[in-house]
Design a protein around this ligand. Sequence first.
Ligand code: NAD
Length: 410
Amino acid sequence: MSSVDAARRYFDTAADHLQLAPDVRTLLLTPEREVKVQIAVPLDSGQIGTFIGYRIQHDCARGPFKGGLRYHPEVDADEVLTLAQLMTWKTAVLDLPYGGAKGGISVDTKTLSLRELEAVTRVFVDKIHDMIGPDLDIPAPDMGTNAQVMAWFFNQYGKHHGYSPACVTGKPLELHGSQGREEATGRGVMIVTRELLTQVGRDLKGTTIALQGFGNVGSFAGRFFHEAGAKVVAVSDVAGGLFNPQGLDIPQLLTHQASNRGITGFPGARAISNDELLSLNVDVLVPAALGNVLTKSNAAEVQAKFIVEAANGPTHPDADELFQKKGIIVVPDILANAGGVTVSYFEWVQNRQQYDWDLDEIRGKLERRMSRAFDAVWRLSVDQKLPMRTAAYILGIDRVNKATKLAGLL
Ligand code: NAD
């Protein structure tokens, strides 16, 4: 099953509850525009590197297209379309004035020098700049991209359209970025986990957590869990995982990661595989790396009571069904990892006002938005006895559907 088919299953479950007609489903699922470009750059070796880039604009009924840029060898049209659709429902669940888009380049950034990475980014911007803009489509970081990549994007876009900081978010603070953007997705993951635990009469303090992925999202989530008194007993990155049943010292692990370019070899923890991490006996499992890591073949081994989807699309629908049967509560990606796009929205607002907010203000605003969205999804899920994922999809799809109707498209 492709990622598009898997996402379709989640969509259809919610669309059935909303009793959407087949033509409406087709309209809501069909992307507005799909662009695939060639990116050719001279490599340091003297050869020419050729890469494929994508930008897919899914829906703009509620506002300009919004969505990240992923640099990863597995990026393809299917994956980008799936992620673009997720963005449409996500911005709607958070009630942000945006639609959904996604982009990316099929490239292994580890094989590129900094100069080559910059060249790839600038050529990509040259190829797609006419479909980007503050009122049109606003990219942001995702896997394999960061504030530096957004800075190059902003600069290259300016060569075509003039000074326009609101054309991209996730920029460095020195170049019109926002306080709290880098930490935002991880912080949002902590907020929804805390809200969930509160609803079931528990507390983050002492809760055991396993985190797959220790990049931007995973490392900030780990830091905030640790600060809140949770026991992060396991983390992993692409090279493997670490386990300590007493809880890992996250600040020390972050220092180790910074000086060793990875978490491997951290003292005071046992090495485990990524597969082992997923089946640990913990309270909360947080996949924060790739999509489709929880599948039919490993779902039965999952022992966590709660799964908080920090990554996009980590759970295959077959695994999701099994989790429902086992009574595992899943906080879906379109809610759990929405902290990033929420602070991206704050960055865009600040850029447009040419006025900046301090970190406390950003954190307070994020806290309110995330808790409000969590409450809305939780209430719908309890009232209608639905999994949180179905409730979140119902909320998001209904808002997009209503906006589409009000605009006169339906
Ligand atoms: P990142 O590139 O900063 O980090 C990715 C992490 O995953 C790294 O620790 C990497 O080593 C690890 N990883 C890669 N392949 C792995 C594998 N096969 N097994 C285990 N770990 C592996 O990316 P990120 O920005 O932290 O994004 C992580 C996830 O969160 C993605 O699914 C992304 O779409 C989602 N997300 C990110 C943001 C954001 O603001 N960055 C927002 C919403 C959702």
